[in-house]
Design a protein around this ligand. Structure first.
Ligand code: PBG
Length: 314
């Protein structure tokens, strides 16, 4: 087909715009800090005042949402910093919402950044994660985030029944309007490596294979997504994004739910490293990758490239 510039735009099937993006932020306690993350050039752990500033910059560029991860000063076996009303995420949510009430602030709900052993839940003496005790603590965390003003809670742990537990306990505590963005199809992935440095959440022993999915399985991803939808998920997520574009497409086609895709830390690091070495054109590669994730069926793309992409898309 012959296409002039205008016609090319008119028949374009996929649009990528800043309004599709959400920027993850790592928030730490401390007064005035920006701590670089070695494997994620351009991404830093931010003290609350800097997180407020960064959220404002993203918002001004047209990025409508941020996703907060907290880095507590102290960790314990129960991950109690996660559900402390004065915890780092809770303080950050209040500060960001106060400064930028129009910005959507979503919060990651998991214990792995808060537990001394780095697992996503409470570990039993036999070394396995106790699903049911963990559910109670995750629900407490989500309620605490909602109370602080979180606009959407995003459980990322993969315990069985967590979406239902969060929904019923949020409702019981008067937060029936708080949506759940469920990390429904979360694969056990090597691409989380840089994030674990950022959040200090690498498991001290063992791995997450017992509760994250085998990269080889797509039908299983669909089953996990359906369970989360039945339990009350408002938006379902596929993570990582680029090695799982077929899963994003199937989730979209087979559920017709709003779908988010998480373009994770290792995906970001690959492009940054190759661009820094002069092997690829960063801008073109980022926009192509994000367009591909949208084309696969994602409504929302969570990405560390959000600010750069928004700037380039202007
Ligand atoms: C916590 C969590 C992880 C990520 C998001 N939430 C890490 C993990 O499961 O190890 C990864 C995000 C990224 O790599 O950018 N459960």
């Amino acid at each position: 087909m012959r296409r002039t510039g205008t016609l090319r735009e008119m028949v374009r099937e996929t649009n990528l715009s800043a309004s599709d993006l959400a920027l993850p932020l790592f928030v730490e306690l401390g007064t005035d800090s920006r701590t670089p993350i070695e494997a994620m050039p351009g991404v830093e752990r931010l003290s609350i005042s800097h997180a407020v500033e960064e959220a404002g910059v993203a918002h001004a560029l047209g990025v409508p949402a941020v996703l907060l991860f907290g880095i507590p000063t102290e960790k314990d076996a129960q991950g109690s910093g996660a559900y402390d009303d004065e915890g780092v995420v809770q303080l950050a949510v209040r500060a960001i919402k106060e400064a930028h009430p129009e910005l959507l602030v979503m919060t990651d709900v998991c214990l792995c950044g808060y537990t001394s052993h780095g697992h996503c839940g409470v570990v039993r003496p036999d070394g396995a994660v106790d699903n049911d005790i963990t559910l109670e603590l995750l629900a407490k965390t989500a309620i605490s985030h909602a109370r602080a003003g979180s606009d959407a809670v995003a459980p990322s742990d993969m315990m069985d029944g967590r979406v239902g537990a969060l929904r019923s306990q949020l409702d019981a505590e008067g937060h029936s309007e708080t949506p759940i963005l469920a990390y429904s199809a979360k694969f056990s992935s090597a691409f989380y490596g840089p994030f674990r440095e950022a959040a200090g959440s690498a498991p001290a022993f063992g791995d997450r294979r017992s509760y994250q999915m085998d990269p080889a399985n797509a039908d299983e991803a669909l089953r996990e997504v359906r369970l989360d939808v039945e339990e009350g998920a408002d938006i379902v997520m596929v993570k990582p994004a680029l090695a799982y574009l077929d899963v994003i497409r199937r989730v979209k086609d087979e559920t017709r739910m709003p779908v988010a895709a998480y373009n994770v830390s290792g995906e970001y690091a690959m492009i940054k490293a190759a661009a820094a070495a002069g092997y690829i054109d960063e801008r073109a590669a980022v926009l192509e990758a994000l367009t591909g994730i949208r084309r696969a069926g994602a409504d929302i793309v969570i990405t560390y490239h959000a600010k750069d992409a928004a700037e380039w898309l202007k």
